[in-house]
Ligand binder design. Structure first.
Ligand SMILES: NC(=O)c1ccc[n+]([C@@H]2O[C@H](COP(=O)([O-])OP(=O)(O)OC[C@H]3O[C@@H](n4cnc5c(N)ncnc54)[C@H](OP(=O)(O)O)[C@@H]3O)[C@@H](O)[C@H]2O)c1
Length: 218
């Protein structure tokens, strides 16, 4: 798959490196071309050292990364998301767009402003909310497995083909894709992130709030 990434920070680096290693072609984009090129060089080197197929991470403008990807991932801070998606332009229309965005802090989360829906409204892309519940370092793990159990990654989106592509990218990490429902439910993923990140920042073990399945009353 060709994966265009809007962003050249931690999430772009972590997930893009995994996907390069899995044999995908990756292009990243950022505000500062010099910084973006340095990140691409490091990603290429890390993926190669870890046994990747040896392809290089490409760099481009927001619009070039949007046009490059069969799948595009938005991995910039919420404050810049609207401008970046606008600059990415019409190439995003009808394309699978992974949205990993959380509010800048748990306290600034606003349930009346759904982020993934905003991304869909701006771009006309087939947005899939994913990867927003795990810390960036989790996405560097090969694979993210805890107590012998692969991390489950909930996906919220409306388009079957986009969901299928993102499920494959989740599986490439060694994680298990989980059906989280349609895009309207992405706001629940955004709220969940704000809630559990607030617990983690407060020093609580957020994982401990959920009972095992056999006690879920399901
Ligand atoms: N970090 C995590 O653990 C984590 C986990 C799950 C989801 N997320 C979400 O993933 C997204 C990216 O996080 P990250 O950890 O990759 O952040 P990061 O390392 O700080 O990188 C953010 C990227 O966004 C760009 N950016 C920041 N502000 C911008 C603006 N106003 N306009 C345009 N571009 C801007 C940065 O460009 P410069 O390099 O030029 O600053 C950089 O390319 C965020 O929405 C975050 O909520 C993060």
């Amino acid at each position: 798959m060709r994966i265009g990434i809007l962003g050249a920070g931690g999430m772009a680096d972590a997930l893009g490196t995994q996907w390069l290693r899995a044999g995908h072609e990756v292009m990243i984009s950022g505000r500062d071309p010099g910084k973006t090129a340095a990140v691409a060089t490091r990603m290429t080197s890390v993926a190669g050292v870890a046994g990747g197929p040896g392809g290089s991470v490409l760099t481009g403008t927001w619009a070039e990364a949007a046009a490059f990807g069969d799948v595009v991932m938005a991995a910039v801070w919420e404050a810049g998301l609207r401008d970046v998606l606008t600059a990415a332009g019409p190439a995003l229309r009808g394309k699978p767009l992974i949205d990993v965005t959380n509010s800048a802090t748990p306290d600034s989360y606003d349930p009346t402003r759904p982020i993934a829906q905003m991304a869909a409204d701006i771009t006309g892309a087939n947005v899939v909310k994913a990867f927003n519940l795990g810390h960036v370092d989790v996405w560097r793990m090969t694979p993210p497995v805890f107590d012998g159990r692969p991390l489950a990654v909930p996906l919220c989106g409306d388009d079957a083909e986009a969901l299928e592509k993102v499920r494959a990218l989740v599986t490439d990490l060694g994680c298990t894709p989980l059906d989280g429902g349609g895009l309207a439910r992405a706001t629940l993923l955004e709220a969940t992130a704000a809630f559990v990140i607030g617990l983690w920042f407060g020093g609580a073990d957020a994982q401990a709030i959920l009972t095992p399945m056999e006690h879920a009353g399901a």
